[in-house]
Design a binder for this molecule. Structure first.
Ligand code: ATP
Length: 281
């Protein structure tokens, strides 16, 4: 079942076309990654789905709601949102912050303790937010976004500028949420994150989806059919993997003169560069 359906979506700001007709679907229980460099339209796409921006053209349906219904309370309460605008009350404790949101969303008692345990911060429950590290605050923001167990989670760069340990903890939590059936749409610049987490990604560049698919399918699609051979004397040779070289390549595997044989399997970052001509930074 498709949880998110985006069809020929357009968004212009004055004469600037931030989104130029993008189309994609996200299935229920998938983690979908929108990947693109700064200014490619990732945040604009999320803001349309959270009801902050109106589309200039095209169609968007999320969880059976059409974008014209995105201001409805029951739509809004089915979402969890983490963006650079998400914030906490710095002078309140972690518990008081999360209790506020628990009550706002009518989540059951005990949800605060449970969600803090999920991110490994149960021991910080009585700490004042201003005394937490940046990585801890980000994990508490994620707690705030998921305290009511939303059906859909929108995450705008959830791990940017976080250390590897915190990033790992956030990834574990997102995988758990996915396993519980939450549909997650995230934006990232981080290709390792996308490769590890996403069931499907879309490469967004200049407001256009340049290609999309499962990370491993995209890596296979754009791999070069070449074999790099290094001989014992240090010389190297690149041979195209095609029928007329079959005998040569078969022999290489058993040759005593060959030190190393390598094929190209590009990273998702290399695929992005191949498709868009641009580094994903
Ligand atoms: N409120 C706005 N008013 C005018 N232009 C905007 C507005 N929001 C976004 N834009 C423009 O739309 C384009 C896409 O911006 P967007 O924020 O969606 O990019 P992004 O991919 O999320 O970038 P980043 O990775 O830097 O967050 C940019 O050219 C930006 O200047």
């Amino acid at each position: 079942m498709s949880m998110i359906q985006v069809n020929e979506l357009e968004k212009s700001f004055g004469s600037e076309r931030a989104l130029r007709g993008i189309t994609f679907n996200v299935e229920a229980g998938q983690i979908f990654g929108l990947l693109g460099p700064s200014g490619s339209g990732k945040t604009t796409t999320i803001k349309i789905m959270t009801g902050e921006f109106k589309p200039s053209g095209g169609e968007v349906n999320v969880n059976s709601y059409n974008y014209k219904q995105f201001a409805k309370n029951d739509y809004v309460s089915s979402l969890g949102i983490l963006s650079d605008k998400s914030s906490l009350y710095e002078r309140l404790t972690v518990k008081d912050n999360l209790e506020l949101f628990r009550k706002l969303y009518n989540a059951p008692k005990g949800s605060v303790e449970k969600v803090l345990k999920d991110v490994g911060l149960e021991s910080e429950i009585d700490k004042t937010v201003s005394k937490l590290s940046k990585g801890m605050k980000q994990r508490i923001l994620l707690c705030k976004a998921v305290i009511h167990r939303p059906a859909i989670l929108f995450l705008d760069e959830p791990t940017s500028a976080l250390d590897p340990t915190t990033t790992e903890k956030i990834h574990d939590m997102l995988e758990e949420l996915r396993d519980e059936g939450t549909t997650i749409l995230l934006t990232t610049h981080n290709m390792d994150e996308a490769t590890r987490l996403c069931d499907k990604v879309a490469f967004l560049y200049q407001g256009i989806i340049q290609d999309s698919g499962a990370p491993s399918d995209l890596r296979h699609k754009y791999k070069r059919e070449e074999v790099h051979i290094t001989y014992n004397d240090g010389t190297m040779k690149t041979v195209e993997k095609k029928e007329e070289n079959r005998q040569l390549l078969n022999n290489v595997l058993f040759s005593e003169e060959v030190a190393d044989v390598r094929t190209d399997f590009p990273t998702l970052g290399e695929v992005f560069k191949k498709v868009t001509g641009k580094e994903l930074v």
